[in-house]
Design a protein around this ligand. Sequence first.
Ligand code: FES
Length: 105
Amino acid sequence: PKVFYTQPDGQVRVVDGAVGDSVMSTAVKNGVNGIVGQCGGTLSCATCHVYLEPGEMEYFADPSEDEDEMLDCTASDREDNSRLSCQLTLSDGVDLHVTIPDEQV
Ligand code: FES
C-alpha cells in the first residue's frame, strides 16, 4: 500500500509501505520529514501526530483511551481527524493520505 505524506507546505511524498507497518514507522524508515516517532510507537509521545484524510478515518477503529489522551498533548492543534500515526497500521490494498502538522515537539 502507498502512503501519501503531505508536508505543511503542501509538498507530497509518496512511499510504498509494507502491510503491518505503521504510518509512523513507514515515515521513519523512509526519511519522511516531520514524523518523529520518539517513543517508537508505544503511545508515550505525541511526535507522530498526523491529520488523516477524513474519508479514511473509517478504515480504523476509534483511538484507544491511551491514544486519545496523548492526542491532547500534541504540539500542533488537535483536529477531528488527528491521529497518532504509530497506531495506523497499513493494510493490503489500502492507500492512505496524511498531512503532517507544523510542529511535533
Ligand atoms: Fe510515540 Fe506514536 S510514536 S505515540
